[in-house]
Design a protein around this ligand. Structure first.
Ligand code: GLN
Length: 549
């Protein structure tokens, strides 16, 4: 077989962090996929952590879980959603992984007695990982996003890696995303910080092929010309990426500016009009015409740094709600509910009536748990459509055990290790990990199959399949010793692990829609193919509900 000439597109960021480089990387990938190419994407993170699994969501945003059990940066989620493919954990490279590997190789004499140095050995290891990602995916293109901002001390070695790659292979194109501020007191879009960030990139030996101007408003011709002149590119290599109502429109905006056309030209390839890109465009246009709103409340807890970190902590859930709502012709309005307020003032719980549906997402630790239990009781008794995810399922079981089965003090041992009724308990193999403080990458992680009960709502939602698979990230589970009692009281475990030991899905048959899962179905939701449980939840929420039972 002829060896594939894999091409690399490297995305860097300048001036500020938080410009949406990940979405840019994913959007270029999306356009190439829609051209019919096989594309994978790599995120390079400059931090020392081996993965994102040990970081607090308020610090780092959501921890994305890959099919193969990686706990990675949330950008891999954007890649999966935009490229419509699974991205393996090896595609999230961190400084920690690279150094650990180089040190391990040195200890194993794999450098044959050489002095092992930062240059060339660190860039070599980074490059090895990028190349491996492309080969394993049998990709035509590898999209590489370098985390952090140009000028950061931390990402210099990654820039050095891609500089060397370009020098050797010449099949690398550089895209630089830079912020253009519009200061209030001037009222004009300024290009200077972007120019400086390109100069900094030049100092690292890299000349961008394309420059994307991120700003509140579109770039006009004057700004484009200025950037082109001072940053040494043609005017059509300067793109405009203004703030936008819907991230899925970004590929469409790029397409309008002939971006993919010009990228392909750089590689000596030709652009073609395809059905796939038309379909994406049409779907986005359809979405923008939806008027009817659907109000979904998310009772979460990672609210500590104010409003700004919320979206990041639950980004895949938000996207899954959007996908399902749009598919059902509804415009989602998502509101955040801090469960702690119900602990201070239980009468506030009635506000849950204002929502078409409520989600209780995953989480760790004990804060806000009592408020969530109050919310679930109200939701259960008042027929409000409910979707519980991971911790959300565990708490639904605790609430049911206490208030329906009469098991006072029933709890999860994560919160109450000495409870008389541990209806949620630690997975046996996890006990050792906690005792040894072996926290990193040791949860039950990645895709696991579940068997669904025929004639259950969950089975119906999965298109009557009886074996399905979803991604997981947890240490605790429903205690199988209580499963029978819970079922006798009316809770239906509609999906279990193939060995029947783990309860994976539950539902309440007499409720409008009360479904929960130990898994995280949000990770498999795609723009045009919403996750089945989210789809069912949104349908029930859109239908409205009957009176209290
Ligand atoms: N803290 C719970 C567990 O470890 C739930 C985890 C989650 O919601 N992802 O089992």
């Amino acid at each position: 077989m002829k060896k594939k000439d894999i091409k690399y597109i490297v995305v860097t960021g300048g001036v500020l962090s938080g410009l949406g480089k990940g979405i840019v990387n994913a959007s270029i990938g999306n356009l190439l996929v829609n051209q019919g190419y096989k594309v994978t994407a790599v995120k390079i993170d400059p931090y020392i952590n081996l993965d994102a699994g040990t970081m607090r969501p308020t610090e780092h945003g959501e921890v994305w879980v890959t099919d193969d059990g990686g706990e990675t940066d949330q950008d891999l989620g954007n890649y999966e959603r935009f490229l419509n493919t699974n991205i393996p954990k090896g595609n999230n490279i961190t400084t920690g992984q690279v150094y650990l590997e180089v040190i391990n190789k040195e200890r194993n004499l794999e450098y044959h007695g050489k002095c092992v140095e930062v240059i060339p050995h660190i860039p070599q290891e980074v490059e090895r990982r990028i190349i491996k990602a492309g080969k394993e995916a049998e990709a035509d293109f590898v999209m590489v996003e370098i985390g952090g901002t140009i000028g950061d001390y931390q990402n210099i070695l990654f820039l050095e890696t891609v500089r060397e790659m370009k020098r050797r292979r010449n099949n690398v194109v550089f895209v630089h995303v830079a912020y253009l501020p519009i200061p209030n007191h001037i009222g004009e879009m300024k290009t200077k910080p972007a120019q400086h960030s390109v100069r900094q990139l030049n100092a690292n030996g890299i000349q961008p092929d394309f420059i994307i101007g991120r700003s509140k408003l579109p770039l006009d011709d004057v700004r484009k010309e200025k950037i082109a002149l001072f940053c040494n590119v043609k005017k059509d290599a300067v793109l405009s990426a203004p703030n936008i109502d819907n991230i899925y429109r970004i590929p469409v905006n790029f397409e309008k500016q002939q971006f993919v056309h010009n990228i392909l030209k750089k590689f000596g390839m030709k652009y073609k009009k395809t059905k796939k890109s038309r379909a994406w465009q049409d779907y986005i246009n359809k979405i923008s015409r939806i008027k009817k709103e659907l109000k979904i409340g998310i009772v979460g807890k990672y609210f500590d740094i104010g409003n700004f970190s919320l979206e990041d902590s639950y980004v895949s859930i938000i996207e899954a709600v959007k996908h399902a709502a749009w598919r059902n012709n509804r415009k989602p309005v998502i509101e955040w509910i801090n469960s702690k307020k119900y602990e201070c003032d239980p009468a506030l719980i009635k506000e849950l009536e204002n929502y078409d549906g409520i989600i209780i997402p995953g989480g760790f630790g004990s804060s806000g748990i009592d408020g969530k239990l109050l919310a679930i009781k109200y939701i259960r008794e008042n027929n409000i459509p409910f979707l519980g995810l991971c911790l959300g399922m565990q708490l639904a079981v605790v609430e049911f055990a206490r208030n329906v089965c009469g098991l006072k003090n029933a709890h999860t041992t994560e919160v109450s290790p000495d409870t008389d009724n541990p209806v949620i308990d630690i997975l046996p193999e996890q006990k050792d990990n906690l005792r040894k403080k072996n926290y990193g990458a040791t949860m039950r992680l990645g895709s696991y199959p579940a068997k669904l009960k025929k004639e259950s709502l969950v089975c119906r939602l999965y298109g009557n399949k009886t074996i399905i698979s979803e991604r997981h990230r947890h240490r605790y589970e429903v205690n199988p010793e209580y499963a029978l009692l819970l079922e006798q009281c009316g809770l239906k475990f509609s999906g279990v692990s193939p060995d029947r030991k783990l309860m994976e899905f539950l539902e309440l048959p007499d409720h409008n829609f009360f479904v929960a899962t130990q898994a995280h179905p949000e990770f498999k939701s795609r723009l045009m193919k919403p996750a089945p449980l989210f789809d069912g939840f949104v349908k029930a929420a859109a239908k409205g509900r009957g009176k209290s039972q």
